[in-house]
Each structure stands twice: as structure tokens, then as C-alpha cells.
Design a protein around this ligand. Sequence first.
Ligand code: PLP
Length: 391
Amino acid sequence: MTVISSPLPTRDIDRVRPFATLTVDHEAIMHNVCLVRAIAGVPVLAVVKADGFGLGMTAVARSALRGGAVALGVATVDEALRLRAAGISARILAWLADAQCDLDAAIRLGVELGCSTGPLLETIVARARTLGLTARVHLELDTGLSRGGADRADWAGLCRSAAAHEHFGALRVVGVWSHLARANEAHPLATAGAIETLTEAAVTAASAGLTPEVVHLASSGAALAHPGARFSLVRCGQALFGVQPVDGEQYDLRPVLRLTSRVVQLRRVPAGTAVSYGGGYRTEAETTLALVPIGYADGIPRLAGDRAEVLLRGRRCRVVGRVSMDQLVVDAGPVDSEVADGDEVVVIGDPARGEPGLGEWAQWAHTIPQEIMTGIGSRVERRHLGAARVA
Ligand SMILES: *Cc1c(COP(=O)(O)O)cnc(C)c1O
């Protein structure tokens, strides 16, 4: 049998380029970690869930650690195991554990587990006992999000049973924590109730005999704007990836991602030409239409059609008509005397340089920047600039 080692012929990279490229600036990630660490004044746990917000989980995890993060946070145990499989030995917290995920692997590999119910605590302890190991757990309290977290009424009981298990060695409660519902609001009242509730819960945990190493509440917005929410650790995702996390505030965070494509076809059309599916958009005057090979399958929100802009030859040009699965059409009128096939199109870039930013895309699509980031499709090639070289 013949084994074909590489399914693709080697590409001539000077000539052959992917239709769309997502460039991740790792220097910017490191800068952002440093900035958040400096403002918050407490250690930073870098949240790299959802494939590192779509940017590539292990690569961004390494840069966050290089930038000074002391731990990593993910939603699922599977994500934590993938980080371990990539050789990352840093502290990892996975907060969406349940009885059906691979708790044994998590415990064996020292992955710390979020836990907010008695039954899950019992399961974790039982698995640790069977393995002859100590499970490291962060007990989660609900402080108003009504998502994960124990009810306040159940907190003291949960702490007492955890303390009893600690006594026998299969459990160590390393953290007590909660997650904020309104970390994006600058007003102190947005987090005051949760801060008070978690403070009391930490006292309750201590009275039960628990000695957690960390108490944590703040995600990016609170890490930057709510001093009382910082406790001993902040869990940051969006800010590390350059998203401004507090409404109405601008911090010196650098954009991390850049999404580019190129012009694959140009056509001159008269006024009144219907463009794209449905024909709902018609050109107002004679113009040049540029075809760009990126669409909603690549994460360009369909909702942003007729509203969004891209940068072409240094100028803003509007996306006209509906965004389709693989392509969109841009009115290159503003630049039509200069534009050429193959020109770079900046879809998402640095607003400080006049390029459309993630924040603008979020507005065009009536969503938040994180939904745009995590939606960038797998067909888009990832390029990592300034990433650590690892075997
Ligand atoms: C996603 C998430 C974070 C990070 O939030 P950002 O606003 O992106 O900083 C922190 N903690 C938990 C529990 C999360 O789910």
C-alpha cells in the first residue's frame, strides 16, 4: 500500500495565498496581560475557552502565560485536557464540569474543577479516592447571574461537606468564586451586591474550616473598573484579546486579531444594478463592485450586509447586498480608479488606523465583539505573529 504523506502539494507562499487570513498578534496579547495585571494589581487568570476566543487556544494560552498570567481558565474539561496534551503545565481551572465528563483525566492531570453542587462534589471525591489522588476544586456561588453557582441557601452546607472531605485527603478546596452578571457596566452599583455576597460566602467557607488559596469574582470589565471585585485573582478573557470590556471606557488595550481577504473580481455596473440574493440592494450610481471571497461561513455576520464597511486601498467601502456563505460584494466606488484584482481587503483591523474594528462589526451585527471573534470559521487560515516557538 502506498502512503501519501502530504495530501497537499507544497505551496509557493509568494504566489499562493488563502482567501482569508486571521492574523493573531501575540505581542499585543502580552501587552494586554501586562496592562490588566498592572491596573488590577492582583494575579491574572487568562480565560482561553472556545479555542482561545477563536484565535487558537494553545497558542494564545502560551502568550498569556508569557505575558504574566498565572493560570488559565476554560469552560470544559475537554478544553483543559487539550491544553495539557499540548504540554502546558500551568494551573488550569475548568468551570463546567459534570459527572459525565472525564473527571479521572482532569484529576490525574491536576486540572482544577469548578463545582457548585453537593452531588458533583461527591462524584469528584469518589473519583479522586478511587485514583488515590486529591481533586482540586473551586466552589462556585451564584451571586446574581443565575447561571452556574450554588444557591446562597445551600452554600454553608456545601462548604461543610467539602471541609469534611478535605479531612480525608481526596479533596482540596483551592478556590471560592463567582461570576458577575454586569461586569461591563462602569457604575459601582453594578457589582456591589455580588461583591458583598461573595465576601460573606468567603467568611462562611472559612468558618467551615476551608482555606482556599484564591477568592475570585472579576472578569475583564470588573478587573479594570471595579476595585472591590478583584479579591485575590481576576479571570480575564476579552480584555486580553483587545476587546474594550467596560461600556464607555477606553483602556490602552491593543487589538489582537486582524482579518483580511482580497479582491478576486471587479466589475463596472450601471446605476440601478441589483446586488446579491434577493436583489434588495440597488446601486445608486454607476460604480465598481469588488467581490471578496469571505462570507457568513467564515463568520461574517449576514446581518451586517448593507451596513458593514471594509478597508480597500486605505478607504472605507461599504458591503452591499446580502452577505452570502462564501463571498460578499463591496461598493468600490470610493476607490474605483485605483482598485485592482488581488488588492488586500481589511475586514477587521485596528480602528486607530482607520480600519473597521471588532467593536464596529459588533454594532453592525447587533452583537458583542466576542461573538464575532468566536464565529470566525475554520476555513480562514490562522497566522500567529510573535508567538512562542514550541516543539
Ligand atoms: C468567559 C468567562 C470569563 C471571562 O470573561 P471576560 O469578560 O471575557 O473577561 C470569566 N469567568 C467566567 C466564568 C467566564 O465564563
